[in-house]
Design a protein around this ligand. Structure first.
Ligand SMILES: Nc1ncnc2c1ncn2[C@@H]1O[C@H](COP(=O)(O)OP(=O)(O)O)[C@@H](O)[C@H]1O
Ligand SMILES: [Mg+2]
Length: 244
């Protein structure tokens, strides 16, 4: 599917320099996905990271973002504010293998610290390019969609941590369309998500983060797909099973 799309591949591999890890007994190196990390090959266009809360998706995404040069709390390379003293040391121990292609754009979005990013965007006085309405006055979902449509303009590497947070199903579909447009415009994505809607994007690799480490699985194998499908096939029966 989509065999005609370009091959940007800005980030090709994430490598853990295992010899320089101080201890695999401490956070973040004790997380199963880090413990077992060696050399992770990435899809040139869309990569999803799924897994239970606490499996380490945000830790991994943040380390990649920091290593790439993004601010740990999110934003572009120009943002260097920090309200949190330190990010995990994982960023010091990973190496990023980059292709010869250089992205022209980039953004690291984390739902958890979106408020700080909105503050910084306003502090930098660039809210005019967000449709003239301050991001703080928009709902979280509106603000994210606004960023994805106005601030982000292709040929970029985009790291998104739970972009679906606060988005209605209809807006998740809109994000899916936007992701596809940006992919067609030579972009690459790394996305941590719980959304069975976003995960359906076909031209992607899905990495499951679990106690066993990271492994690639197909969409239909994901818990997100199976649980949602089973539930929607017969909600009344599921509710009965859950509450009996
Ligand atoms: N600074 C920290 N020190 C120790 N443990 C942490 C720290 N930050 C996160 N953790 C733990 O690491 C685990 C992974 O967290 P996180 O990467 O946020 O997971 P996810 O994004 O998959 O929900 C969690 O159990 C969390 O409590
Ligand atoms: Mg997280």
């Amino acid at each position: 599917m989509f065999s005609h799309v370009p091959e940007p591949r800005y980030l090709t591999h994430v490598i853990l320099d295992r010899a320089s890890v101080p201890s695999f007994e401490e956070y973040p190196f004790n997380l199963p996905i880090v413990r077992s990390l060696d050399r992770l090959e990435l899809h040139p266009r869309v990569n999803f990271f799924i897994g239970e809360n606490g499996s380490g998706k945000s830790t991994l995404l943040e380390a990649i973002a920091v290593r790439w040069g993004f601010n740990a709390e999110g934003g572009t390379k120009n943002f260097n504010f920090s309200t949190r003293a330190s990010h995990s040391r994982l960023s010091d121990q990973i190496r990023l293998s980059r292709s010869a292609n250089r992205p022209l754009d980039g953004f690291f979005f984390r739902a958890e610290s979106f408020f700080n990013v909105a503050t910084e965007i306003e502090r930098l006085g660039v809210d005019g390019c967000y449709g003239g309405k301050p991001l703080h006055e928009m709902s979280h979902g509106e603000a994210f969609l606004t960023l994805m449509t106005t601030r982000v303009d292709g040929h970029g590497l985009y790291l998104l941590d739970e972009p679906e947070a606060a988005l209605s199903p209809q807006r998740q579909l809109a994000i899916l369309t936007r992701i596809h447009d940006l992919v067609m415009d030579s972009s690459q994505f790394l996305i941590a998500t719980h959304s069975p809607i976003l995960l359906a994007y076909p031209d992607a690799w899905i990495f499951e983060c679990s106690g066993e480490g990271l492994r690639r699985i197909e969409y239909e194998e994901t818990e997100h797909y199976r649980v949602t499908r089973d539930f929607l096939m017969n909600p009344a029966r599921m509710i009965k099973l859950l509450t009996e």
